[in-house]
Design a protein around this ligand. Sequence first.
Ligand SMILES: C/C(=C\CNc1ncnc2c1ncn2[C@@H]1O[C@H](COP(=O)(O)O)[C@@H](O)[C@H]1O)CO
Length: 272
Amino acid sequence: MNADERRADEGGLAEGEEGPGALPDAPAEEPARGAYHRGPVIMRGPMVPSTTTASHLLSNEGGTDWLHMDPWRVLRIQAEFVDGFGALAELGPAVAVFGSARTPRSDPMYHAACRVARRIAGEGVAVITGGGPGIMEAANFGASQVGGKSVGLGIELPAEPGVNDYVNLGMNFRYFFVRKTMFVKYSSAAIVFPGGFGTLDEAFELLTLVQTHKIARTPVVFFGTSYWGGLMGWLEGEVVESGCISPLDPELFVVTDDEDRAVRIALGGIER
Ligand SMILES: C/C(=C\CNc1ncnc2c1ncn2[C@@H]1O[C@H](COP(=O)(O)O)[C@@H](O)[C@H]1O)CO
């Protein structure tokens, strides 16, 4: 092995070959300044973008289609949950009162809802309604009369003015399902006065969640035997007989005309 071969064998360079020793010890030019970082990514020279994500955010140009796209909606939904939890987290024990938005002030059910809510609020328990007119207004009125917590979880609807005047803690929701989560999460019981689709939806949401063990057993009182009798008869007859539900668990809900009983059952599970 000659000297050249020995140097190459030892990792050295053969004659004529350029090695590290031939490289400059410092770059010929100043390094490109102003590396741009986007998260963990570093960009330099030609890779530096001419705009930043913040400039997109701050620009008022371009279309507004993104406002109506699902990713944006998801953020809005998230914000609504955050606001709802923030508004209600420290409310304390509460009973939901559901019922028709159309019940006039002259209706005996309006008066019953008012009295029931007054008694619940008088016990230091908040009354939560949908914040609208009819039975909701009656319950908020009753709760506010005794200086109690009168909560209205309103829903943005065309031509609806927002929560009624007797709400002292209110929030207007854009999404029914977010609002329904708040009813379920923050109510220890529900009293359901006569109502239509909205009332049925709220009552059956609660019953479905109890039946599927998604929430603890929650007292549900249907107020008004004559109004609810037909529905209960159908459930116990056609629906049970067809096997779509098991025979009604008598503990799932109570149907009554007795205000004392409704209040007692609603407050029954609340530790005060
Ligand atoms: C239709 C009318 C008013 C609608 N305004 C409402 N405001 C707040 N909450 C409402 C409203 N309408 C329905 N709800 C919710 O559903 C339940 C009542 O619905 P129903 O179909 O009338 O039974 C109620 O508990 C609310 O949570 C007329 O002015």
